[in-house]
Design a protein around this ligand. Structure first.
Ligand code: 6PG
Length: 236
């Protein structure tokens, strides 16, 4: 496990952007991105570090998607399109969005099929080159929430999760699918994450109840990209 700690959100995003540009975006690799607010700062740094002649060669998949229209404010695709994809030189055929507007189980099966067709198969299931994850204060990652942990440790590449607070359905990569990636990065900044990050990295109390504790990529180490605020408890 590599734990990278930077002084603030901006520096964390700059360093992660530099890494992604060098190792992924300028190569024909398969990466899956998460939603939420954390990636927005990262997208901004990628835009700052590249110019309009930079062509994104990697193919973009999603770790999860809320079951909403792509035009919804809540859509992970919608957020990535608004803040990143619409501002980058990336061929449309390199974008594989999860169709949140479809029936959840149908889309989970359909996206599983797409992953099986488009991505290397390792150990019988697709192996993405990179999964870029966030983490919630409850220890969820992707759309794998603590109350559904058992349900989502599935061999199927994609499953249907449920946000316990809103009841919102989401299509998500399963834990097994995430762990079959060649590299996994958890990107988490801000003091709101400091307790959960310390519990998980330091393996405190019953940390295994958190889905993010089960992220163990089979090929490379898991890397954390944190800032002083999110790593405060872990560092002290
Ligand atoms: C989602 C994400 C989710 C996110 C965490 C952190 O669909 O919401 O995939 O797993 O990464 O909830 O969200 P923030 O970056 O907003 O803290």
């Amino acid at each position: 496990m590599n734990v990278n700690i930077f002084k603030d959100y901006t520096e964390c995003n700059t360093k992660l952007a530099e890494y992604l540009i060098k190792e992924y975006l300028c190569q024909s690799k398969n990466i899956a991105i998460s939603g939420g607010s954390t990636p927005i700062g990262l997208f901004n740094e990628i835009l700052k570090l590249t110019n309009k002649n930079f062509e994104v060669k990697s193919r973009i998949f999603w770790v999860d998607e809320r079951c909403v229209e792509p035009t919804s404010e809540e859509s992970n695709y919608g957020s990535a399109h608004k803040n990143f994809l619409s501002k980058m030189n990336i061929p449309k055929e390199n974008i594989f969005r999860i169709k949140g507007e479809n029936k959840p189980q149908n889309e989970a099966e359909s996206y599983s099929k797409i992953l099986n067709e488009e991505v290397d198969i390792v150990g019988g299931i697709p192996s993405l080159d990179l999964c870029l994850l966030g983490i919630g204060g409850d220890g969820h990652t992707a759309s794998i929430f603590p109350h559904e942990l058992d349900k989502l440790i599935k061999i199927n590449p994609c499953v249907v999760g449920t946000n316990p607070d809103s009841g919102q359905k989401r299509v998500s990569l399963s834990l097994n699918q995430i762990n079959n990636s060649k590299e996994v990065i958890i990107h988490a900044c801000g003091s709101g994450k400091k307790e959960i990050i310390d519990e998980i990295i330091s393996k405190k109390d019953n940390y295994l109840k958190y889905p993010a504790s089960h992220i163990k990529p089979s090929i490379k180490n898991l890397s954390w990209y944190l800032d002083f605020d999110s790593a405060e408890n872990f560092m002290n």
